[in-house]
Design a protein around this ligand. Structure first.
Ligand code: ADP
Length: 366
């Protein structure tokens, strides 16, 4: 009987619970035992009660719930080989040799590393006297399948990550609220949204709310000159009768000298223009709340496919990542997506903003 474990790791995102629910129920449907790993990699390291066998009822009502009900954590121990060896021991103790990880690129990189080290970790456990060669014989390989849970929509090779549309929805609601008061007082509002290396939330929120100007890391603004351009745009919109201004700033926004562009920098430029300007930093409300329909079905379809990928996996194949491309659920090599994602950050760091934009998926507007 196949034993599969599912876990959430890294930053929480709405829809993670729907993913766990889908993995648990699909696993049970195919006759597997399914375990939930509580508290991210911390749970793998500590084992015991944090590896919980799940039943159909255990995940009832999880479709819409925000955050992750099985917990998540940043775990330093899993970054060390010794920690991963301990994790391997805990999995073998429970008889588990397949792991579905829902997390960001850090979590998925860790998972793939764990898979690649697995045979040698198991050998060491035998050498240490923790298990006999017979005991570990059925556990030659670890199957890893990745699901991307991230509000930032920052993974290359997939159109949307689990949680991104929920965060976007929340941002748009908040901007709508802000717009109402802004119009009443003829004010300008600078809204800072999440997205450290990825401007997707800022860009899509800006389009969806009709913002005057959007700052994202991939399209850095000209150093020392963006203030004039911003003022010109806002003035033009005012001249057309607009009673408010909305500027969306991604938290990772930059100028082309790689200086951060903060919400307060933007505010200063607008005050200089004579606009009554306020800053709103949305912060963690963007993560919270229930998952929108998109994230529920995305997580469900991907969770189903994750279990199928586990059951079809052959030893030595690289870890697959379950993505969505042009409305089809797809599988791709996890490390290829991670490498592509890193190359966007590298392009930004080397000031090659055209490359950064071109490496982003097609919905990014030039
Ligand atoms: P995210 O998955 O959202 O990108 P992090 O980068 O914080 O978030 O990663 C979450 C956890 O994954 C870390 O706390 C750590 O336990 C594990 N992890 C991340 N990167 C690695 C790595 N290179 N090797 C091993 N484990 C890693």
């Amino acid at each position: 009987k196949k034993k599969i474990a599912v876990m959430t790791s890294g930053g929480d995102s709405p829809g993670m619970n729907a993913a766990v629910r889908a993995v648990v129920r699909t696993g049970l449907h195919y006759g597997c035992d399914v375990y939930a790993v509580y508290e991210g990699y911390e749970g793998l390291l500590r084992g015991g009660d944090l590896l919980k066998k799940m039943s159909w009822e255990d995940v009832r009502g999880w479709l819409s719930e925000g955050g992750t009900l099985i917990g998540t954590a940043r775990c330093m121990g899993f970054r060390q080989r010794e920690g991963r060896k301990q994790a391997a021991g805990n999995l073998i103790t429970e008889g588990i040799d397949a792991l579905v990880v829902c997390g960001g690129d850090g979590s998925l990189t860790g998972a793939d590393l764990f898979r690649s080290e697995w045979p040698s970790l198991v050998q060491e456990l035998v050498k240490d006297g923790k298990f006999t060669a017979e005991q570990v014989a059925p556990y030659r390989n670890l199957t890893i399948v990745g699901l991307v849970g991230s509000i930032d929509n920052d993974m290359s090779g997939t159109d949307s990550t689990i949680g991104a549309y929920s965060a976007l929805e929340r941002i748009c609601e908040m901007v709508d609220y802000i717009d109402a008061t802004a119009k009443s007082h003829s004010r300008a509002f600078v809204v800072e949204v999440m997205g450290r290396h990825c401007g997707w939330l800022a860009l899509m929120a800006g389009i969806a709310t009709g913002a005057d100007y959007i700052f994202i890391p991939e399209r850095a603004v000209p150093h020392g000159k963006w203030q004039d351009e911003l003022k010109e745009v806002c003035q033009r919109h005012r001249a057309k009768g607009r009673r408010n201004n909305t500027i969306i700033v991604a938290e990772g926004a930059l100028d082309d000298q790689l200086n951060p562009v903060t919400a307060n920098d933007v505010k200063d430029a607008l005050i200089d223009l004579g606009l009554d300007t306020k800053v709103t930093i949305l912060g963690h409300v963007q993560r919270g709340g229930t998952a929108v329909a998109h994230d529920r079905w995305l997580a469900t379809l991907q969770g189903v496919d994750a279990v199928r990928a586990v059951l079809e996996n052959t030893p030595d194949t690289p870890s697959p990542l379950i993505g969505i491309l042009e409305n089809k659920i797809i599988r791709m090599p996890l490390m290829e997506s991670v490498a592509l994602t890193k190359s966007v950050a590298d392009a930004i760091e080397s000031k090659d903003f055209d490359k950064a934009i071109s490496l982003r998926d097609t919905e990014f507007i030039e």
